[in-house]
Design a protein around this ligand. Structure first.
Ligand SMILES: Nc1ncnc2c1ncn2[C@@H]1O[C@H](COP(=O)(O)OP(=O)(O)OP(=O)(O)O)[C@@H](O)[C@H]1O
Length: 492
């Protein structure tokens, strides 16, 4: 099996493109086949090298490595050779109508209630008429002469498909300047590069009917086709690379997990539940092209956010460790990761908890007298998961405080945040020395005026090695407290 993902480098990939890329990749991996990345860059006015590089960057971010690479602009001689074969076989014929003439014909057809099909007037021209038109300075464009027979295929997503050849217009394959159109270049590539399965958006269904005849005219095998409905945005609007809608690049700039997007796109449009998956291999094992339905799937940002958080909350330390190390979080060990991951909406927020447990923060000190009492009752080390309970129990006895009044000033002083991971887990990770410093920091009086959970120390908290445009990172946005236990609702 060999599949391909064939975007035009006319913009950055969007989630709809990513879905097609991912599903092709999964299909190939599951079958032990090959995945080709082909850049359809014959539209020289709109294709750019930057967009081509952007597509590679976006696919790399998703983790979709390609086994082979092709660029249509490198293969123009192949399309020209195929066109010559079609001409020799009488399947490609020259036409001389201008765009205005064609438009006029179209309008007349529509007015008289006929479908706007090309009337094949050019087929009736004899050699003298053609020579006359060329002498006028008209260069021909070339149309593929379709067989007026039924074209049918068994689509892996849509089921049985059938088009009548006489209800289709002979498509233009070569422009007047000799440049090939997509219909030709795509079929020549699929044939010559050995593509066995074509999975793409349903914007290509009508193309497929024509292309099947072209595959046959060029003497090659016809691939298996699968056409997926096009994804829309949350409001039901279509997506376009050219308009930059829902570009993948924004997802990675915002620090979204690529596996959250992969997990989402691999299930969207199927009746199966959308579950967070930590690696692509899990998605490969579960892939089944026949599960995808024909209804238009809507991209739901809230569902993706939720999935991203669920993915992080279950993420093994081994998965995140290289990323933590690359950011210079020395000593961000497994215990710390396990303590904080359940509070992350973005992995970049891990930097905040790194500073809480291993670095310095500006504690939000409220009620210094209470904190002084807390320091006095702080148990000696070694500490474990029971220390917090023992400490706060002693404080409760000594002060008569309970609930929010007992817990919140401690959390604020020790983490600088009103919310966060379980204090019983955090406390041993912060350690006695830091705890004492934070309960009675120098200049504590000044910090009383610091905004709650947002002291200036927050500026240092976060990712010490923020990516400078690196595609490898699941971004590192400025940290912000995660909405975890409601105030005063410590479960200790
Ligand atoms: N909204 C969408 N949902 C799912 N697949 C899509 C969507 N838009 C395009 N595709 C598919 O993505 C692949 C790449 O197509 P293409 O490069 O033409 O993208 P495009 O977004 O339609 O581009 P443009 O906006 O530049 O015309 C094709 O298989 C196409 O069918």
């Amino acid at each position: 099996m060999k599949v391909r993902f064939a975007p035009s480098p006319t913009g950055r990939l969007h989630v709809g493109n990513a879905r097609v890329a991912l599903l092709n990749w999964l299909w190939a991996r599951q079958a032990g086949g090959h995945f080709l990345l082909r850049l359809d860059d014959t539209d020289v006015e709109r294709s750019t090298a930057e967009y081509a590089a952007g597509i590679e960057e976006d696919l790399a971010w998703l983790g979709l490595a390609w086994d082979a690479f092709a660029r249509q602009s490198d293969r123009l001689d192949r399309y020209a050779a195929a066109a010559e074969r079609l001409k020799a076989a009488g399947r490609l014929y020259p036409c001389y109508e201008t765009a205005e003439e064609l438009e006029l014909k179209r309008r007349l057809q529509l007015k008289s209630g006929r479908p706007p099909l090309y009337d094949r007037a050019a087929l009736k021209l004899d050699a003298a008429a053609r020579a006359g038109l060329e002498a006028e300075g008209r260069a021909p464009h070339w149309r593929f002469r379709l067989e007026h027979a039924a074209v049918a295929w068994d689509d892996s997503v849509r089921g049985a498909q059938r088009f009548e050849g006489d209800k289709l217009s002979d498509p233009v394959l070569l422009r007047a300047d000799g440049r090939p159109l997509y219909t030709l270049s795509s079929v020549v590539d699929d044939l010559e590069l050995g593509i066995s399965h074509v999975l793409r958006g349903e914007d290509h269904v009508a193309n497929t009917a024509v292309q099947i005849q072209l595959f046959e005219a060029l003497g090659g095998p016809v691939p298996v086709f699968a056409h997926l409905p096009l994804l829309t945005d949350a409001r039901g609007q279509g997506l376009s690379k050219r308009l930059g809608s829902l570009a993948l690049r924004h997802f990675w700039e915002e620090g979204l997990e690529p596996m959250a997007l992969n997990s989402y796109l691999a299930r969207l449009g199927t009746p199966d539940p959308i579950e967070p998956r930590q690696d692509l291999e899990e998605l490969v094992a579960a892939f089944d092209v026949t599960r995808f339905g024909r209804a238009t799937p809507k991209y739901d940002p809230a569902e993706l956010e939720h999935l991203n958080a669920r993915l992080l909350h279950a993420m093994p330390y081994a998965t995140v460790r290289p990323w933590l190390e690359a950011r210079g979080f020395a000593g961000f060990d497994e215990a710390l990761w396990l303590a904080v991951r359940g509070n992350l909406a973005r992995r970049g927020e891990a930097g905040l908890w790194y500073q809480v447990a291993r670095g310095t923060i500006r504690p939000a000190v409220e009620e210094p007298d209470y904190l002084a009492e807390a320091a006095r009752l702080l148990p000696p080390e070694p500490w474990d998961g029971t220390t917090w309970k023992a400490w706060t129990e002693a404080l409760k006895q000594a002060t008569g405080r309970k609930g929010k009044a007992l817990f919140l000033p401690l959390r604020l002083a020790l983490t600088g945040q009103p919310h966060g991971p379980e204090m019983s887990e955090l406390l041993p990770l912060i350690g006695r020395e830091r705890v004492l410093e934070r309960l009675a920091p120098a200049g504590a009086k000044d910090s009383l005026s610091a905004p709650l959970g947002g002291g200036e120390g927050q500026g240092e908290v976060g990712d010490p090695a923020s990516p400078s445009g690196s595609a490898a990172a699941a971004g590192s946005p400025p940290p912000h407290p995660s909405p975890l236990p409601p105030e005063g609702a410590e479960r200790e």
